[in-house]
Design a protein around this ligand. Structure first.
Ligand SMILES: Cc1cc2nc3c(=O)[nH]c(=O)nc-3n(C[C@H](O)[C@H](O)[C@H](O)COP(=O)(O)O)c2cc1C
Length: 455
């Protein structure tokens, strides 16, 4: 369907009452970003993201580990002309679930005798050949099925230290390039050596490489270090304090503002005469929020929360209802992730206080270079404090691997409490799930802060 026709369909739906306008109508459209000028004239579809030889719809669906941004979700973004992300978090586990492989079982079998050893996990290593194979299988699942003019990228977390940070990261990055991924977004960490790990790869110059930062300083550090490879990132995602997952801020996150950080980075890049497309992320909830950033000079936007309630999202359906039903006070930022980064989540997440026995022999993705994880320390402390008790509670840290794998750490963006405004409540009290296409098009075509309801 051509753009003009889509806009006409949108206007017809608006007239039929299938579109929700916030706060009494277009003139009072609600924005999360008071520092940005809201336009009443344009929509996202009036802009294009030029990335190398590609002309894209300027909508990028962010990576959501572990398998929350599924292959299916990423493929929809690509089919619709934008960019979708798969995630490289815990890929062997994810691939076991989809392809019935046995990476986790085999690893547990190999290290079973160490399960009760809660003092030393340094011997529990990933098999690099298997990690490479699993990453290739994961990426190929996406790339073999890709249709449309858009792109599929992989979100690569440096903080997945896997008891051998350099070796495992190098394998994951190179395997993703081998398997034909369109691009890599370097996330969760400073990634000061990541370019160096792939500069010998034949696709180093033609694959699209980007980085996520939350401050000008982080970007400056990265650019200084990566300049040795003679290559700039192709895009920079500027992630603000309202995003889901781990945050690049301290517990003072609320004092920061995405629009201001983007403006600061843009000014510095202009002064240095460095031309890199900027992609704001975090709290961009409506097409008008996105348009305001595009009008202010952003190349595209990265969004995620709105897609957590789509059928293509990997969260189990009952958990999608938890996202819909969450109120603003249900959403917290806390320090329970053993990565050391603050993380946003729904406060009724079963992972909080669970006191799970560490599962490093099966998983072990957060073990540092010395085989340590702050969750094990917290768990050991509680076991020592409660002798004889079969099950302990641990509130200050969580077993991130187990709970992300089981979808019971409900990480989410700040705007999750607004998801209920994007759908309709059904007779049983549940909200209707959306299609990724519906949400993508709502971002692409909506104006005046309006949100199109399903139907
Ligand atoms: C459920 C969820 C999981 C996420 N997981 C990751 C992740 O694994 N890695 C990452 O870099 N960003 C992660 N993010 C951040 C998104 O990729 C994205 O940048 C951000 O959430 C966009 O803001 P929005 O959710 O307000 O649209 C996650 C976000 C959500 C909502």
């Amino acid at each position: 369907m051509r753009t003009g026709k889509r806009c006409r369909v949108y206007r017809q739906r608006l007239a039929a009452g299938r579109v929700k306008a916030y706060h009494g109508g277009p003139a009072l459209a609600r924005s999360t970003f008071p520092f940005l000028k809201m336009t009443t004239l344009k929509c996202v579809d009036d802009f294009r993201f030029h990335l190398g030889d590609k002309e894209l719809v300027p909508i990028m669906i962010g990576g959501m580990g572990v398998d929350i941004s599924t292959v299916e979700l990423a493929l929809e973004a690509a089919r619709l002309g934008g960019i979708g992300h798969i995630s490289d978090a815990m890929v062997p586990t994810v691939i076991d679930r989809h392809l019935k492989t046995r990476y986790v079982k085999d690893k547990l079998k190999l290290y079973k005798s160490n399960v009760t050893n809660l003092d030393d996990k340094s011997t529990v290593k990933f098999h690099l050949g298997e990690l490479e194979e699993a990453t290739r299988l994961h990426v190929r699942r996406a790339m073999d099925a890709k249709q449309g003019s858009g792109l599929v990228f992989i979100n690569c977390m440096e903080k997945l230290t896997m008891n051998a940070p350099r070796e495992t990261l190098k394998v994951r990055l190179n395997a993703a390039l081998d398997a034909g991924i369109d691009g890599i977004t370097l996330a969760a960490g400073l990634h000061l050596s990541s370019f160096g790990m792939i500069e010998a790869h034949p696709r180093f110059r033609d694959a699209r490489l980007g980085i996520i930062v939350s401050s000008l300083r982080a970007l400056q550090l990265f650019l200084r270090k990566s300049s040795r490879s003679g290559r700039l990132p192709d895009y920079v995602v500027v992630e603000g304090p309202l995003a889901g997952g781990h945050l690049g801020f301290g517990m003072d996150w609320a004092e920061y503002d995405l629009a201001r950080i983007v403006a600061e980075i843009r000014t510095w890049l202009a002064t240095e005469q460095i031309d890199i497309p900027l992609i704001p992320a975090g709290g961009i909830f409506t097409g008008s929020d996105a348009t305001a950033f595009l009008e202010a000079g952003a190349a595209a936007v990265q969004v995620a929360t709105r897609f957590t309630v789509t059928r293509e999202c990997g969260l189990p359906d009952p958990i999608k209802q938890e996202y819909y039903k969450a109120s603003e006070s249900d959403i917290v930022v806390n320090g329970i992730s053993p990565t050391g980064y603050p993380m946003r989540m729904i406060k009724s997440s079963p992972a909080i206080g669970a006191g799970t026995h560490p599962n490093c022999e099966s998983f072990g993705y957060i073990l540092d270079a010395n085989g340590r994880c702050s969750y094990i320390d917290a768990y050991n402390r509680e076991v020592a404090a409660h002798p004889g008790e079969k099950k302990v509670k641990v509130y200050d840290k969580t077993c991130l691997c187990t709970h992300m794998r089981d979808f019971d750490l409900w990480t989410c963006g700040h705007t999750t409490y607004r998801l209920k405004d994007t759908s309709v409540k059904q007779a049983d009290g549940d909200y209707a799930l959306l299609s990724a296409e519906h949400v993508f098009h709502d971002y692409q075509y909506s104006r005046n802060g309006q949100i199109q309801l399903p139907g």
